[in-house]
Design a binder for this molecule. Structure first.
Ligand code: MSP
Length: 518
């Protein structure tokens, strides 16, 4: 057991009906950046991702592919693990709902809900959308383009009538409303909490949680013919991974309740209404936060297989390199809002912020040190007010960035960091070490030392976003300690230490002609 504070962060588990696209990469990226940040900040982190392999949608996709569902799941799930490698995700576990440990956990939870009197048998007659794997009330349906009723998401619905077990969701209305009122920031962004609250206030009906018309799912314990509704199965993955049903296990004790469930806005209701209700019913603590992020469109259009405009993360990494992709996805759009992916915006943003701004700062200062100080960190003289001011700006960043990260405001964290990158560029331009080289070499050494110190600390802070590029940069400077405890004076560059020949770590992209500054 460590005495470091724990931090448990989860991604949604991805349906294996389809290969991964940029939307999936985005959700996990946000979690990866947060997990890396927390590790560097001294936390004992558990970062979980995985695949959601049961349900009608997956069964149908397997059928269409002419493969047995398990073989189909094995194949597609592998692509998600490949994506985790390609995106340099640092997940501690990859869970699959077809694993035995998971079936055990979800069957145990089911029995708990039965024992506590929250499950009863009846018959379901209503609308179901396979694409959303969701039940809809008549009043929620809207008119589709061809006049047929569709789900509010636009997904087709079908009428379903079958014997089913129900969960007494209606018993949790007041408890959920109290949760939303008393647990600070249970749902972020705030506007999304209002949506959830008004959904619950509108009245909750009991939830159908078993199906009998197909078989690809976890069997309901002791009742042949019923399999569990894919969402009760899927949500329980967050418990399985940390040892449930063994609530005395070290991992369960350490990591539950989770700090953040990261989800897309489309699946907020499942996480902020159904999931806490299941947990309360089983007398288990509810997670601390559900963050609902927005959706990406592609050059203004909804991303969809039928439109043929799915952005393939593997191709993007191949053509532009990984770290620029990681940076852009979190820099461009306030986390929580929808965003549009445009290649031009991507290229312009990366050139401006990475190669021109931060890359230039690092390259200029390190090259000058390499050429003019025998390739070793110069010994600084007394610090001037300007030196002290820029160091103070850099050293004041951690609490600010931490505050933004704790609210999943990645773009604000990057804004704050890049604000200081800009100040450091102004500092070096004002101090002009290239002029001091002739007039005052000692002062040049001090300015280069201060600039390199800024680069070191900025690189340490930027590691969660662009781990590979920052590793290269910090390697060039022979920086040893890289945790946030080495920020400030604790990890100052040692005068006389050798640095490697500096090489740019950010590519410069050609921007094709078009509207907007390139
Ligand atoms: N299997 C369920 C989640 C179960 S969690 C217990 C599921 N899977 S999914 O594969 O359909 O979606 C996973 C995540 O990808 C969702 O959070 C969804 O919002 C996200 N995205 C899918 N397309 C997206 C975009 N175009 N943009 C951003 N994220 C999107 O739902």
């Amino acid at each position: 057991m460590t005495d470091r504070p724990s931090y448990y962060i989860t991604t949604p588990i991805y349906y294996v009906n389809d290969v991964p696209h940029i939307g999936h990469a985005y959700t996990t990226l946000a979690c990866d950046v947060l997990a890396r940040f927390k590790r560097l900040d001294g936390f004992d982190v558990m970062f979980l991702t995985g695949t959601d392999e049961h349900g009608q949608k997956v069964e149908k996709s397997a059928e269409k592919a002419g493969v047995d569902p398990q073989a189909f799941c094995d194949r597609v799930s592998e692509r998600f693990r490949d994506l985790a490698k390609a995106m340099n995700f640092s997940n501690d576990q990859f869970i699959r709902t077809t694993e035995d440990r998971h079936k055990k956990a979800v069957q145990h939870l089911w029995k708990e809900l039965v024992a506590k009197g929250y499950i009863y048998e009846d018959k379901y007659a209503g609308w179901y959308s396979v694409r959303d794997e969701a039940f809809y009330g008549e009043a929620e349906l809207i008119d589709g383009p061809d006049g047929a009723k569709v789900a509010p998401t636009g997904a087709p619905v079908e009428w379903v009538e079958e014997p089913s077990f129900f969960f007494k969701l209606s018993a949790f209305e007041d408890k959920l409303l109290e949760l939303y009122d008393t647990q600070e920031d249970f749902v972020l962004p705030k506007s999304r909490l209002n949506e959830v609250r008004s959904f619950v206030k509108g009245g909750l009906e009991d939830l159908s949680i078993s199906r009998t018309t197909f078989s690809w799912g976890v069997p309901v314990p002791d009742v042949p013919g019923h399999i569990m509704y894919v969402w009760i199965d899927a949500l329980t993955n967050y418990l399985t991974a940390i040892g449930y049903p063994d609530t005395d296990s070290e991992t369960y004790e350490k990591y539950w309740p989770a700090n953040v469930h990261m989800v897309g806005k489309d699946i907020l209701r499942f996480h902020a209404v159904y999931w806490p209700a299941f947990l309360m019913a089983a007398d288990l603590p509810v997670p601390q936060r559900v963050f609902a992020h927005g959706w990406w469109t592609n050059e203004g259009q909804k991303i969809s297989k039928s439109l043929g405009n799915v952005i393939d993360p593997f191709a993007l990494i191949e053509s532009h390199g990984l770290d620029p992709v990681r940076f852009f996805l979190l820099r461009e759009v306030p986390f929580g809002n929808d965003g549009d992916f445009s290649e031009r915006a991507f290229l312009i943003r990366c050139n401006a912020d990475l190669s021109n701004n931060f890359g230039n700062l690092a390259q200029r200062s390190l090259s000058m040190i390499f050429k003019n100080c025998d390739g070793t960190v110069p010994t600084p003289g007394a610090f001037s007010d300007a030196d002290k001011a820029i160091l103070a700006a850099v050293e004041g960043l951690l609490p600010v960035v931490r505050g933004h990260m704790d609210r999943q405001a990645f773009n604000l964290a990057l804004d704050a960091i890049w604000g200081v990158v800009g100040e450091a560029n102004v500092y070096i331009a004002n101090e002009a070490p290239w002029t001091l080289k002739k007039t005052d070499p000692e002062r040049m050494g001090t300015v280069l030392y201060v600039t390199a110190e800024c680069v070191r600390q900025l690189a340490i802070l930027i590691q969660p976003f662009m781990p590979m590029a920052m590793e290269k940069m910090l390697d060039q400077m022979a920086v040893e300690g890289r945790g946030f405890d080495t920020l400030g004076e604790a990890g100052r560059l040692k005068p006389g230490a050798a640095i490697a020949q500096p090489q740019g770590v950010f590519p410069r992209f050609e921007v094709p002609a078009g509207e907007g500054a390139a």
